[in-house]
Design a protein around this ligand. Structure first.
Ligand SMILES: NC(=O)CC[C@H](N)C(=O)O
Length: 255
């Protein structure tokens, strides 16, 4: 089945092209009902406040939250990562709606403005282990967010060093937690939590297909989990009053 790509704004065409390069069809998603026709979704990078306003306008938030909650694989890149985060800081006044689901705190513009966009080789041994190739990948960071904290079920796939002037970011208080200061000299830029994958950078703008392949492997795994491995039926095979478990026959048997 095709992969859905949220096509409200941002780099959805680039994701669809990246999928095409590996022989997979990407379908543009703009309306809630279109989500029922796909079993995985990419939320692209762009500008998360604008994307949130458009999602609100098209009444997409309830359907997106349901999609994430259903266990279907969802990959957020950059603004898409912000969308998936449970908590975002550094938002515009008034904040913005988030889809949520990913147990992390993301700083929306951690690496600065458009002018501070950069590229960096990232160490990605977990990606290389699954998809082969070198143990690094090219990270394209455009007005990029960064993940400052993750919950216990979040697997970190890549992090990167930060310069000293980016340190000392205040993480505002939230339910049951006091305000704290983020002073680590590394930030997290790629994570996986169950059916959710998130990257602060843009793999769709490089020719390295491994991130798309990695996501498609998550899609395959989720289908395997969803499919009943073997339908078992119980019946009285020997007519002795005891129901025994037996696999049903694949083909009709005429007796
Ligand atoms: N390239 C991107 O997706 C940038 C995201 C941007 N920092 C935002 O707030 O939406």
């Amino acid at each position: 089945m095709a992969v859905g790509v949220l096509a409200l704004q941002g780099s959805y065409n680039e994701h669809i092209a990246a999928l095409r390069r590996i022989g997979v069809k990407g379908v543009e998603i703009r309306k809630p009902e279109q989500l029922t026709g796909v079993d995985s979704l990419i939320i692209p990078g762009g500008e998360s406040t604008t994307m949130a306003k458009l999602a609100e306008l098209h009444n997409l938030f309830p359907a997106l939250r349901e999609f994430v909650g259903s266990g279907k694989p969802v990959w957020g890149t950059c603004a898409g990562l912000i969308f998936l985060a449970n908590k975002a800081i550094g938002q515009k006044t008034g904040g913005q709606d988030l889809v949520g689901g990913l147990d992390c705190t993301v700083h929306r513009n951690f690496f600065g403005s458009q002018l501070q966009s950069f590229e960096m080789e990232l160490s990605v041994p977990k990606l290389a282990e699954k998809e082969g190739g070198t143990a690094t990948c090219r990270g394209v960071f455009i007005r990029a967010p960064a993940i400052l904290e993750v919950g216990p079920n979040v697997e970190v796939i890549a992090d990167c060093p930060v310069s000293s002037d980016q340190l000392k970011v205040a993480i505002p208080a939230s339910d049951g937690q006091e305000e704290k200061e983020f002073t680590n000299n590394r930030v997290i830029v790629a994570v996986k939590q169950g059916n959710l994958l998130a990257t602060a950078f843009h793999p769709e703008l490089t020719s390295d297909s491994r991130w798309h392949r990695y996501f498609l492997a998550m899609v395959d795994e989720s289908k395997e989990e969803a499919a009943p491995s073997e339908v078992m039926v119980k019946y009285d095979l020997y007519g002795d009053g005891n129901d025994r478990v037996k696999k049903p026959y694949d083909l009709p048997i005429f007796e």
